[in-house]
Design a protein around this ligand. Structure first.
Ligand code: ADP
Ligand code: ADP
Ligand code: MG
Length: 579
């Protein structure tokens, strides 16, 4: 039994910590739930850890703080993928495997010495690993999650940084592979998110280590870059025989590069349990099913299902809400060319394309934030549009001081009493417990969920969401996708969504707009294409094909040059293998 986080509870408590903050004495807590209701900030969660697990407790941050049960069982020369909700301990596990945190088995008051730790792991599969770690026989490289922090630590140029860390003498190859040529002379403070991510991965790859740990390597990257990274990570183990562990939310990528997968269950922020390793296919299928038969653990009521053939609803494309003309827009050195198109009632339009190709620019044209240079377009006055910008700073604007509740009410005072909104947005997005928190206090994932909820709360005919999948877990992305589909059909509105995750694009789109061209220089937006045509166009551009998992119909990337890959390319069917 544990309660967290304790700092905000405004009620009578039994104890205080060294800073004078109240702490609820866990031994006295009977789980009555009174504190949860009494706390004005809704900051308390009570979570019950399954009893048989008590002996598997590996780490605890402090009193009433997050607890991690078990560690992923990693194998030499293999890629182990980690997947699960945010706040269930993936980063904590990686930090323990990296030796940055020492297992304390719940005894956070003291730092255990290695002898004691090794004694606890005796006879387990992790014994060898921690013995090698303790005796400094393992060289470990760790790519942290927060790449945004790099410019605060080093301000040097990309070239200097890469030269300094190049133990394996592979700098030129890496720069080429990760397309870092253009930014070699830039300082870290001048890099965009995706460039920082690639720099962090490049540094890790340059080092000569036994174990490589990557925490969310796909954040900020587009699908092409994700594939390159997935290939490099896969080769680290398959060719170099290195041990690799990757925490990743993009399921197609996780599937492509992992030999094995460990799932994380639990209550985010309170405790996390690591499953035994499964094959990549089985692990991801279990994740989608929401139930793990091996552990008898149900972590979601409804499975996530894919369709095997193109799923086209006949009503789509019938009633036009808005037509836009062919347009051109120049921004600095970049030019965007848009083919004319129409948005119709009840549909979700996915937007696919690499970074810096003009997706955000197109959305801004559509909602009228900027005007085209060519093409006579202005959003029609009578149509209400609701827009979520890509950068959450724009969403916050000067309203960062508002609480979540106030922000949602400010766009639609009735939203909170709408049962649909409660059932499909507030509850599944897990917003109830942060309703009274200020926007500027939220984590990236929480703020993203609030921004999406606020956008969907507006009463509009067209909803435009720029990269709603950024910062949030695979689990949350499917919940968002579900809410989007539901809203489009229920309200007969049109929802336009930029997404880099192919599985999600397939899951929520009725039609797709594909962007191609030369990133940073020229971008071209297609008209809305049917799902089949859109997927084929986009995947042909990327040069990859998908097959279907026979059990869940989940799309899986074919290894390039494999029999299926060659066969499907010849047939021109990159995605849907059946009619
Ligand atoms: P994940 O990587 O699965 O998103 P993390 O391992 O980052 O999860 O975090 C698990 C939980 O531990 C979160 O609730 C987080 O707030 C908490 N946590 C992380 N670091 C600390 C810390 N230094 N002190 C206390 N709690 C922490
Ligand atoms: P995407 O959303 O596909 O990543 P964007 O539409 O944000 O792409 O940007 C396309 C290109 O236009 C990028 O190279 C970007 O640097 C450039 N760009 C965007 N806004 C401006 C601006 N205001 N001035 C100059 N260049 C810009
Ligand atoms: Mg963008």
């Amino acid at each position: 039994m544990k309660i967290c986080p304790p700092q905000r509870s405004g009620q009578k408590v039994f104890n205080t910590d060294e800073n004078g903050f109240p702490i609820i004495d866990e031994s006295l807590c009977i789980g009555c739930g009174l504190c949860v209701r009494a706390c004005n900030f809704r900051a308390i969660k009570i979570a019950r850890v399954p009893a048989p697990l008590e002996k598997d407790l590996i780490f605890r941050y402090g009193p009433n703080q997050f607890e991690l049960y078990r560690l992923p069982l990693i194998s030499e020369g293999e890629v182990t993928g980690l997947v699960g909700q945010n706040g269930t301990g993936k980063s904590t596990s990686l930090k323990i495997l990296a030796g940055l945190l020492r297992p304390n088995f719940g005894k956070y008051e003291q730092s255990l010495d290695w002898d004691e730790i090794l004694e606890r792991f005796r006879g387990t599969t992790l014994q060898n690993y921690f013995e090698a770690l303790a005796n400094k026989r393992l060289r470990i490289v760790y790519k942290p999650q927060q790449v945004d922090a790099i410019p605060h630590v080093v301000k040097d140029s990309v070239r200097n940084i890469l030269e300094k860390h190049d133990e394996r003498g592979i700098m030129d190859i890496i720069v080429e592979e990760l397309l870092l040529n253009k930014v070699l002379n830039r300082k870290t403070t001048e890099l965009a998110g995706g460039e920082l991510q690639k720099l962090a991965i490049a540094i890790a790859l340059e080092k000569n280590a036994d174990v490589y740990l990557f925490d969310e390597p796909s954040s900020y990257l587009d699908i092409r870059e994700r594939l390159r990274i997935a290939n490099i990570i896969y080769n680290l183990s398959s060719e170099q025989k290195k041990t690799v562990v990757v925490a990743e939310h993009d399921l197609a990528m996780l599937d492509y590069m992992s030999d094995k997968v460990c799932l994380y269950y639990g209550t985010p922020g309170a405790f996390g349990i690591v499953s035994k390793p499964k094959s990549a296919r089985e692990g991801i299928n279990v994740f989608l099913n929401g139930y793990d038969p091996a552990e008898n653990y149900l972590f979601r009521d409804t499975p996530i299902k894919f369709h095997q053939a193109v799923f086209e609803r006949p009503e789509i494309g019938q009633e036009i809400i808005l037509s836009y003309p062919a347009m051109k827009k120049k921004l600095g050195d970049f030019e965007l060319i848009v083919e004319s198109g129409q948005l119709t009632k009840g549909e979700v339009i996915g937007i696919a394309g690499p970074n810096a190709i003009g997706k955000t620019t197109f959305l801004k044209l559509l909602v009228g934030i900027i005007r085209p240079d060519e093409g006579n377009y202005e959003p029609p006055g009578g149509i209400i549009m609701s827009y979520k910008p890509q950068y959450l700073q724009e969403f916050l604007g000067d309203e960062y001081w508002m609480t979540v509740n106030e922000k949602i009410r400010s766009v639609n005072p009735r939203a909170m009493s709408d049962p649909w909104f409660k059932n499909f947005v507030i509850n599944p997005f897990d917003l109830e417990y942060i309703l009274d928190r200020r926007l500027d206090e939220l984590s990236g994932g929480e703020l993203q969920r609030v921004a999406i909820a606020t956008t969907l709360a507006r009463d509009a005919e067209i909803y435009v969401l720029d990269e709603p999948g950024a910062y949030i877990s695979a689990e949350d992305r499917f919940l968002v996708a579900k809410a989007i589909r539901e809203l489009a059909q229920r309200k007969q509105c049109c929802i336009v969504v930029v997404e880099h995750d192919i599985l999600l694009l397939d899951y929520f789109s009725d039609r797709i707009i594909v962007f191609d061209g030369q990133p940073g220089i020229r971008g071209q937006a297609s008209k809305p294409l049917s799902l089949r045509e859109g997927m084929n166009t986009f995947l042909k551009y990327l040069g990859i094909t998908f097959r279907r998992d026979p059990e869940t119909y989940r799309p899986r990337i074919n290894k390039i040059g494999s029999r299926l890959d060659i066969e499907q390319k010849a047939r021109g069917e990159y995605y849907y293998t059946r009619d």
